[in-house]
Design a protein. Structure first.
Lengths: 309, 89
């Protein structure tokens, strides 16, 4: 598996599990991620959920190095728990065996959010069509991931459901397409509205409730090196039973949202201020209150046309 | 008082002025009176009396205006606390 650039789906589970013990490197957007585990269950989950990501040679520098192994700390359930470690080899998070995929993903999120400071990083879903990029910054519970999961099956290309990576200078958004973690009620919403979605098994009892991972189609992964220009910023708010409302956002409000939403705005200092100002001036911004995904998507399509007319 | 920073990158949208203060890494939302005061101090250090006189001229206030004086004192205290201006001995 190592040494040649190809995809995980080209290999049998047995062959993949064999090499995963020594580590496998995936290209995910602009990053290389090293994953290592001797656990067959981890190999099985990765094989099922990461089939379309390119594998890269072990000689390539890895931005993040993740190891999933058994928990060696004596505890009541030590035999059924696993840990994810970063480069230092110490447990970063401990969890039940069946929750490995969720914790692998969350640990990768943490690692990128604390390292990739060559980008301005917004906590925002981002999708694109041929007109440009749509940014969906939002707080947890606002329906950001659910909306992103819906839009990516209705003509939009997924760049990320969690990270909007803004390049200095050009403001180009770099894709970082990953599994989309659907939580609790949103799982059934997507099952019903997007029956063609590739959903993994439920992982109950996490600190975010039940999580199901949605696997992006190959079309999204295949274009993960194509950047997109930011054109539209929507602040979504899912409100059960609410009728659709689209409210233009003042530029000053948009700027405040960006500065509060970016993982590394303060850390980037004046460059962060400059980027946030430039991004505010570049996008049309709206607040969107919705309860129905189809009508929200229709409104967003129309707003993007207006923003780029 | 004098200006507290060599340079204050700022942007204005409508009534909202945002100023980035490199020394603290903070971004501040300021009203127009604050911006006018920073503008005057960016030209030269000034006494509070000078600032009061110049602000009156800028706003076209001919007579003594206790409200403006109070607003100036308040703004000076806030900007001093934020480190955007510095008192001189």
């Amino acid at each position: 598996v190592t040494g040649v650039t190809h995809r995980l789906r080209d290999h049998s589970l047995a062959a993949f599990a064999d090499v995963l013990g020594n580590g496998v490197r995936f290209a995910i957007g602009p990053f290389v991620v090293h994953v290592e585990s001797r656990e067959l269950d981890v190999a099985r989950r990765l094989h099922a959920h990461y089939p379309n990501y390119p594998l890269v040679p072990r000689e390539r520098f890895a931005d993040v190095r993740l190891t999933v192994r058994r928990n060696r700390t004596p505890s009541r359930h030590w035999w059924s728990t696993r840990v994810v470690c970063l480069e230092d080899g110490l447990p970063f998070t401990t969890f039940p065996r069946d929750a490995a995929l969720a914790h692998l993903e969350w640990t990768l999120n943490w690692a990128i959010a604390t390292r990739a400071h060559h980008f301005l990083m917004l906590h925002a879903a981002v999708l694109a069509n041929d007109r440009g990029a749509l940014l969906l910054p939002a707080n947890p519970g606002s329906g950001k991931s659910t909306l992103a999961a819906y839009l990516m099956h209705r003509g939009w290309r997924l760049l990320s459901d969690e990270f909007t990576l803004i390049e200095d200078g050009t403001l180009a958004v770099h894709p970082f397409p990953r599994l989309v973690p659907l939580k609790n009620e949103s799982i059934d919403v997507i099952r019903e509205c997007v029956p063609e979605a590739h959903l993994g098994p439920p992982i109950p009892g996490t600190h975010k409730g039940t999580v199901v991972h949605l696997r992006p189609d190959d079309a999204h992964i295949a274009r993960m090196h194509e950047t997109a220009a930011p054109r539209l910023m929507i602040f979504p708010k899912y409100t059960p039973g609410a009728s659709l409302r689209v409210i233009p956002a003042e530029r000053s409000d948009c700027f405040v949202e960006i500065t509060q939403n970016a993982f590394n705005y303060v850390l980037k200092g004046e460059e962060g201020f400059r980027l946030a100002v430039a991004l505010t001036n570049r996008v049309a911004s709206y607040r969107l209150v919705y309860s129905d995904l189809a009508s929200a998507a229709e409104a967003i399509d129309s707003l993007m046309v207006d923003a780029t007319a | 008082v004098r200006h507290g920073a060599g340079r204050l990158p700022s942007v204005r949208w409508g009534d909202a002025n945002f100023v980035f203060h490199a020394e603290s890494g903070q971004t501040h939302l300021l009203n127009q009176t604050c911006m006018d005061l920073l503008d005057l101090l960016g030209q030269a250090p000034r006494t509070l009396e000078d600032l009061y006189r110049l602000l009156r001229a800028r706003y076209g206030v001919d007579d003594e205006d206790p409200d403006l004086r109070e607003a100036l004192d308040s703004v000076v205290r806030v900007l001093d606390t934020l480190g955007l201006i510095v008192p001189l001995p």
